[in-house]
Design a protein around this ligand. Structure first.
Ligand code: ATP
Length: 204
C-alpha cells in the first residue's frame, strides 16, 4: 500500500484536504488526531506529561491542560524538547499501528503530519509527500478567522515551521490552496484519481 505524507503550514488547509480525500474513499491516519487521543485522561500522553511536569498540567478530568502546556513550552525550549521526546515515539508507534491495521484493499493511505519535513521522522515510511501550499498572507488571515490568535501570534508559529519555499523544494507533489473551496476539491479529486490509478497499474 502506498503511503502519502500529507503536510502543510498552519492554516494551509491540510484538514480540509484530508477530509476531501476521505470523502472520496481514501484512508487517513492523522497524527494530530492521534496526539489528541493520547492526551485524554488515562492515555499514555497524559501520563507522560504528568510524569514530566506534574499533575498540575492535567485538568480536573485528567486530560492534558493544553493551554497551560502550550504556554510553558512557548517560553521554555528545554521543556519543549523533553515533551517532544516523550510524545513523539508514542504518536509514531500509534500511526504505524493504524497504518498496519488498514485492509489490503485500500489503494493508498494518507498520513497527515503537520511537521513532516521539520521532524524527518516519517521519511522512512512514506512513499511520497503531498504539500498543501498557501500564500502566507492568506494563511495568516485564515488562521486569524478561525482562532483567537493575533497576527503576531500566528507569525510566531509560522516562524517555528520551515519557510514556504523550503517546503516547496522538498515536496513531491503540491496542492496550491489559494482559491475557493470548489477549486480545492477539484484538485483533490484529480490527485485521488492519480493515486488510485498508480495503485491499479502496480497491480497489473
Ligand atoms: P492547522 O495547521 O491549524 O491544523 P490546517 O492546515 O488543517 O490548519 P484547515 O483547518 O483545513 O487548515 O484550514 C484553515 C481554515 O481555512 C479553516 O477554517 C478552513 O475552513 C479554511 N479554508 C481552507 N481552505 C480554504 C479555501 N480554499 N477557501 C476558504 N476557506 C478555506
Amino acid at each position: 500500500m502506498r503511503i502519502i505524507g500529507l503536510t502543510g503550514g498552519i492554516g494551509s488547509g491540510k484538514s480540509t484536504v484530508a477530509e476531501a480525500f476521505v470523502a472520496l474513499g481514501a484512508a487517513l491516519v492523522d497524527t494530530d488526531q492521534i496526539a489528541h487521543a493520547l492526551s485524554q485522561a488515562g492515555q499514555a500522553g497524559a501520563k507522560a506529561v504528568a510524569q514530566l511536569f506534574g499533575d498540575d498540567y492535567l485538568n480536573d478530568a485528567g486530560s492534558i491542560d493544553r493551554a497551560k502546556l502550550r504556554k510553558r513550552i512557548f517560553t521554555d525550549a528545554a521543556a519543549k524538547q523533553r515533551l517532544e521526546s516523550a510524545l513523539h515515539p508514542l504518536i509514531y508507534a500509534e500511526a504505524i499501528r493504524q497504518l498496519a491495521a488498514l485492509p489490503d484493499s485500500v489503494p493508498y493511505a494518507l498520513l497527515a503530519v503537520p511537521l513532516l519535513f521539520e521532524t524527518g521522522s516519517y521519511a522512512g515510511i512514506i512513499d511520497q509527500s503531498l504539500l498543501v501550499d498557501c500564500p502566507e498572507e492568506l494563511q495568516i488571515r485564515r488562521v486569524m478567522a478561525r482562532s483567537q490568535l493575533s497576527r503576531d501570534e500566528v507569525l510566531a508559529i509560522m516562524h517555528q515551521q520551515l519557510p514556504r519555499a523550503a517546503k516547496l523544494a522538498l515536496a513531491d507533489e503540491v496542492i496550491l490552496n489559494d482559491a475557493d473551496l470548489d477549486s480545492l476539491l477539484e484538485k483533490v479529486k484529480e490527485l485521488h484519481k492519480k493515486y488510485t490509478q498508480a495503485h491499479e497499474s502496480e497491480q497489473d
